[in-house]
Design a protein around this ligand. Structure first.
Ligand code: 1VU
Length: 316
């Protein structure tokens, strides 16, 4: 973990070797984030992550399952069907472990995040929420989930949230921590926080503004508006609508088929694509341009590039 204290947003370091440490910046006097090509760590000096782990561990149930395929596609399943895939405390901890596994998976190209048993995720487990309902614990839980979801979004893999059934509260926030959102025709994304007397805290509001803009975000958050596939596509939250069929397998097949069009080819190139988009999304232009050059250097003259040149590839 790297903690560099600064008073402003501006400290930014770009190093030449994108393959290892690439970029790091500090975000405020209270927190620091290190962004590496394969790793993100966040630490708030006034809040201890250690004791929230203990508290989260006290709320077991469900699991976060990860399957990594030889094709370079992984599937994360939010698995707690008895509670509509709500996040228990132990599931929050497990998600962090699964994200770490993906950070160290050098053959990976894509990841699908889905819910078990025909629904996506109903947010945090309300039983755990009741038990840690003081503001300090709430903020620590948010810090923990923000860090994990930021790391999920920054994986060098193209990520897809596969929304079958309902994505509510923290479940809606989770969808925004993926590059794309696919939704079955009977799916719903709803930021129900306002109806719970809350606002998003897992980073979902900040990411939502980047995806759909502030006007649409206000509508979704202040109106706790249900997003069906048609409205989702209209505002740019949903990238593709899938058939609503019975059977989880079928929906996953559709999701995998959709994602496979973007992860064809060598992993070095796919991961480089994700990295240049990530730096464009997260960095000021000058820094993004430098990062882009550095990533370019990792593929220029590389095996895929040389092969394409040898084949005299034409783009008809
Ligand atoms: C980060 C901030 C947050 O995430 S705050 C949490 C936001 N989420 C919510 O408020 C979801 C509340 N739940 C609901 O609205 C409904 O249960 C939904 C998800 C629409 C499903 O409705 P329905 O199909 O009728 O099933 P149901 O209500 O009988 O639920 C089945 C069992 O699942 C449980 N469940 C559901 N959601 C949660 C949750 N978030 N935490 C804990 N348990 C949950 C229900 O209580 C129900 O359990 P049981 O069968 O009564 O034992």
């Amino acid at each position: 973990m790297v903690v560099t204290r600064r008073r402003t947003f501006s400290a930014l370091l770009i190093c030449a070797r994108f393959g290892q440490k690439c970029l790091s910046w500090t975000t405020s006097s209270r927190s620091a984030v290190r962004f590496e090509s394969r790793n993100v760590r966040s630490s708030h000096t006034s809040l201890s992550a250690g004791d929230i782990r203990e508290k989260l561990r006290a709320f077991p149930g469900g699991s976060i399952d990860l399957k990594k395929r030889e094709s370079g596609m992984a599937v994360i399943t939010i698995n707690n069907p008895a509670r509509m895939n709500a996040f228990s405390g132990s599931m929050m901890l497990e998600l962090e472990e699964r994200v770490h596994e993906l950070e160290t998976w050098s053959e990976g190209k894509g990841v699908i995040v889905q819910g078990a048993a025909g629904t996506f995720c109903s947010g945090s487990d309300l039983n755990a929420v009741r038990a840690i309902s003081n503001p300090q614990d709430g903020m620590k839980m948010c810090e923990f989930m923000q860090t994990t979801l930021t790391r999920l979004l920054r994986l060098p893999l193209i990520s897809v949230a596969l929304v079958e059934g309902k994505a509510l509260g923290g479940g809606a926030e989770l969808t925004t921590a993926c590059d794309f959102r696919l939704m079955t025709s009977c799916g719903v994304i709803q930021f129900v926080h306002k109806q719970m007397g809350l606002v998003p805290g897992w980073g979902g509001a900040s990411r939502l503004v980047h995806i759909v803009g502030s006007q649409n975000s206000l509508k979704l958050l202040a109106g706790a508006k249900k997003v069906d596939p048609e409205f989702g596509k209209q505002i740019g939250l949903v990238d593709e609508v899938l058939h609503c069929t019975s059977g989880e397998r079928n929906t996953l097949d559709q999701g995998e088929q959709w994602l496979s069009q973007f992860i064809k080819g060598p992993e070095a190139v796919i991961r480089a694509v994700k990295r240049v988009v990530l730096s464009g999304r997260e960095l000021p232009l000058e820094e993004a341009l430098t990062a882009e050059r550095n990533v370019f250097g990792t593929v220029w003259g590389g095996p895929a590039n040389l092969e394409a040149l040898a084949l005299k590839t034409k783009h008809k």
